[in-house]
Each structure stands twice: as structure tokens, then as C-alpha cells.
Design a binder for this molecule. Sequence first.
Ligand code: PLP
Length: 423
Amino acid sequence: MHQDIENTKAASRTTGVDSEKVRADFPILNRVINGHRLVYLDNAASSQKPTAVIDALTRYYTHTNANIHRGLHTLAEEATAAYERTREHTARFIGGVKQSEVIFTNGATEAINLVAATWGEDNVGEGDEILITEMEHHANLVPWVLLAQRKKAILRRIPLTSDGYLNLPEVSRLITDRTRLVAFTHMSNVLGTINPVKQLTEQAHLAGAAVLVDGAQAVPHLPVNVVDDGVDFYAFSSHKMLGPTGVGVLYGREELLEKMRPYNTGGEMIREVRFDGVTFNDLPHKFEAGTPNIAGVVAFDAALTYLENLGMESVRQHEIELTGYALNRLTEIPGLEVQGPVDPLGRGGVISFTDPKIHPHDISTLLDSRGIAIRAGHHCAQPLMKVMGKVATARASLYVYNGRDDIDALIEALMETRRYFGI
Ligand code: PLP
């Protein structure tokens, strides 16, 4: 047993992320749930927050709190500087884009809706085509379904292979001279599949289509460089990457953002307002109407720093190693069906599975009685569930504070669940 623990420690160290050390930075992981150590495996839904982020929130409200951009007093200037520092940091984090290209929203969902309601409204017309994939989260699906309905446009989708990848040979047939937008997830929140952003972007651009990437599951887990990938729009959320809830990011290429109409209207997004007309503020403020989640954005900076200190390459390596270990151990459970790619190099640490004899909700409830948090349901991907022929799956999703001991606890609890049901 002692040897096992030593092996686990050694394994997590070789990946560059020492999950045990990381765990000490997350106070919530000290909680005892139903008499057991909390094993948090619901990171695809939302991650936990390190002390550095919690402290940044408290510090902001204790020392700095004021509205931004408008005030001429010290607190307003400090709050503005802190808010804009996060923008500058975010711009660097995703590959060194311009600060004018980073728009803060309240989440990835709002970032995608912003593009649908502005760029989409003006660039998609009757008979035009929007290409998505069968593995989209509702956040990158519903805005396009509704836009297509409004515009009498056609929504096409890239199908999946039986092993959970996109069927890439189909893409050249599906992108036509009527395709205006290709919108796809960087990493699936159900299958874990990592999609080839650069390749799809090149194909879309060759046909004159714009590209929007839903990076909600990717930015927290992989090094992302939107400049290298050449995308037009890229959306993600702070709360899945150690930061506060209520903060999202839309990256948009300046040339496109300049031409787009504003999304929300009101204070801050204007240059001049008259009773008979309005002119708009410069980027990125044109898209940030009203008072934003200042404290959340300021504390998001601490989350970016935390991830940078770990190193995004190391975060990815850790997840490859841990995902491989989890996929391997899950095969020990008779009959269990794991969805998505089997190769940890082609996927992230989002692991969906079903037991032919136990409903995912029962699995989740029984795991909770052992202190293990997973997600069960359709994961906001109902069309994908249909494609998979499932109504729901159980989903364990990993992050930097998870180690092999968490996977071992999961496997042990899944075995016990089967015993509980007399299987
Ligand atoms: N896209 C994907 C792939 C997701 O997994 C999620 C959240 O689960 C979202 C978009 C939406 O993110 P948010 O709810 O933070 O707006």
C-alpha cells in the first residue's frame, strides 16, 4: 500500500504537476462529504478555486472596490487598472492577441451569443450555411439553430466516427461556397475529443467562411494559441479554469469586431449619445455595456497566473497521464461502456461512461454517498446523446488537483455500486 502511494506521488511528479501539492492550494478540497474526503471529478462543469483566486476577490472588495473607466478618484483608477491588467494577461494567455480583441462577457455562452446576434445577424442570409458538429454543447448549438431559423439559413453538421472523433474526410464535402461560418468545439464536454482547430480553420478560410471555436473545455486544459490557429472567434469561461463564475472571454479578430454592430447597449459602449443618435466606443468597450463583473475579472487574473505557474504544457501532460490511467482502470469494471477516443493523446480528461444495468443518476447519487462528485445527465448535449444512442451518461472530469488516488476512489466506488445493485 505504502509502495502504491509512493508510485502515485512519483507518477504525478514526472508529469510536472504535483497534484498533491496543488490540492493544498484549494481549501474546498479539505471538505468531508458524507463522511469521506471530497473527490471532485466534476471539473468540466466548473472547477474549484485556489486560495490565490479567493484572496484576490476578497482583496478587491476590501481594498479597491469602485466602478471602472469613469471615475477620476484613486479607487476608480486602481479598479480600472486591475480590470485592464486582466485583459492584457488574457490576451497573452491565448497567444498574444491585441487587448482590443479581448472582450469580457459573463461566460462562454454569452460570448457565442454575442457573435450570433451581431456578426451572425449581418453575415448570414437566406440559403447560407452554418457548419457545426454533432458534438456541440447547447451553448454552441442553440444560437446557430435559432439564427438559421431566423435567416432561413441551413445548419449542417460534421458527423462523428464510431470512436468519437470528427469524421474529417466529410468536412470538404460539407464546406461549400455557401458556408458562412464553421463553429465547433475545441474539446468535447462529453467525449473529451480534441478537435484539430488549425486544420478545420484552414479549410473554412479556403472557402471564405469564418470560424468560431468554443474553447470552454480547452483553454483550462491545453496550451491554446488562437493566433497560430488563425481562428476568427474563440470563446471560453473563467469558472472552468480556476477563476470566478460570471466571467467569460470572447476573442475576436479586430478587423471583424470593428465591423460588427454592438451587442448590449447602454453605458460605457458609447462615444457620444444624442436624442437622435449614438456613436460607439472603441474596441473592446463597444461590446462591454454597463458595469461588468469587475471583481470576477480582477480575480481571474490570479487564476491565469496560477495556471501559468503550473505551465499549460505540464497541465496537459498531467491530464494525458491521468486520463490514460483512468481509462485503463475503468476497463476493470465489467460491462462499463466508456465514450470517446481511447487514446489519451487525442482527448482530454472528460470521461463519460454508462453501465448497462445502472442509470447514470443512480451512479452519481451512490458516488456522492462516498464523497465523489461526478456529473450525470445529457451534459447540455442532447443531439449528441441521440447520436450516441444514450439518454444520459455519467461523467468524471479531471483537473490539476486530481491524482491517481482520486481515480482509485472512483473505481472502488463504482465496484461498490455494482455490489449494491446485486450485479
Ligand atoms: N461549451 C462547452 C463545451 C461547455 O462545456 C460549456 C459548459 O459546460 C459551455 C460551452 C458553456 O459555458 P458557460 O456555461 O460557462 O457559459
